[in-house]
Design a protein around this ligand. Structure first.
Ligand code: ADP
Ligand code: MG
Length: 306
């Protein structure tokens, strides 16, 4: 059986959740109904302003540019006039660090939000965008959560407080499919999967889709893969071009047209506590994430208008 059948293209980016009713006032966060539109577009319908579009960035493989994509896509969406919240759900705290903060020195973080029900607004810091920070003790969150009833819904509940203040909530997840990532899948309307063009792991993507299928069945029927971002692309190598071909063969429309090229700029910027959009605003690395942001916005519009 081909992978395309294991990973059905039942919910390509441009396909609408047909006949979506208006959300209930107590509907879960990130149910995928509502999407932001660019600032330049005509004003969204009143109900479209009610809730953020919640997107999880996931791939259980480390080093595929989850964190880089969460930050730079978030900053690009903000540049276009959207209200953006980033959530650092990785105990390594790379997203928090990439905005110039030290996870070891942070007193209260997503750990307190998930485990002690501290309001998420208490731990949001505003740097280039708003960011709900991670600290080192987030590493203990999976264990602490596992004993709680509703352990998979802790993040979804925490987001209720802020879901009407943002157009986009982007969640950076750890390199595993554990309870923190499950919390992201339950809170999210969709998932964007960064995939490194070099070490393409289709098996890893099958595992990820299996986990998502379980979440759909038991916890969040809406959540789906919204798009796949090819990262660290080096067009000079045959290997990278082949990796893209394989991705497109199996996932078709789900693969974004934007290729995030390999460049040291993405590693340099976080050392300065900065996105590439601030680090080198007119460079190609920044432009790549602006292009991706447009595709993400277009996907939302295609759904709204279909
Ligand atoms: P993940 O969150 O999936 O573990 P990161 O976003 O932390 O991945 O990226 C892993 C490393 O690769 C980081 O050092 C980052 O700066 C670097 N990186 C990310 N995107 C690119 C790219 N397009 N080209 C080159 N290096 C990149
Ligand atoms: Mg990361």
């Amino acid at each position: 059986m081909g992978l395309s059948r294991i990973l059905p293209r039942s919910q390509p980016r441009a396909e609408p959740p047909a006949g979506d009713p208006a959300p209930e006032p107590d509907a879960p966060v990130g149910n995928g109904h509502l999407h932001a539109v660019p600032a330049s577009a005509s004003p969204p319908a009143p109900e479209a302003q009610l809730m953020a579009r919640v997107i999880a960035f996931a791939n259980q493989k480390g080093g595929v540019a989850k964190t880089t994509t969460t930050l730079n896509l978030g900053v690009a969406l903000k540049e276009m006039g959207n209200r953006v919240l980033l959530i650092d759900l990785d105990p390594q705290g790379n997203l928090t660090m990439s905005q110039g903060m030290n996870p070891d020195a942070i007193e209260r973080s997503m750990f307190d939000v998930l485990v002690h029900r501290v309001p998420i607004s208490d731990i949001i810091h505003t740097v280039e965008v708003d960011i709900a920070v991670a600290s080192i003790d987030l590493a203990g969150a999976e264990l602490a959560l596992s004993a709680l009833i509703g352990r998979e819904r802790a993040l979804e509940k925490a987001l209720v407080e802020v879901r009407d203040r943002y157009d986009f909530v982007l969640i950076d997840t750890p390199p595993s499919l554990g309870l923190l990532t499950i919390n992201a899948f339950v809170a999210a309307g969709s998932v964007i999967v960064p995939v490194q063009c070099e070490y393409l792991s289709l098996r890893g993507l099958v595992q990820l889709e299996n986990t998502l299928a379980m979440v759909r069945e038991n916890l969040n029927p809406k959540v789906h893969v919204e798009g796949i971002v090819p990262t660290m692309y080096d067009r000079r190598t045959l290997h990278a071009r082949e990796a893209i071909e394989i991705l497109e063969e199996h996932f078709g429309d789900l693969v974004y047209d934007t290729r995030i090229r390999k460049t040291v700029r993405y590693a340099e910027a976080p050392v300065k506590g900065s996105s590439v959009l601030r680090y080198e605003p007119s460079g190609p690395a920044a432009q790549a994430y602006r292009d991706l942001a447009k595709e993400v916005l277009d996907g939302a519009k295609a759904r709204e208008h279909a």
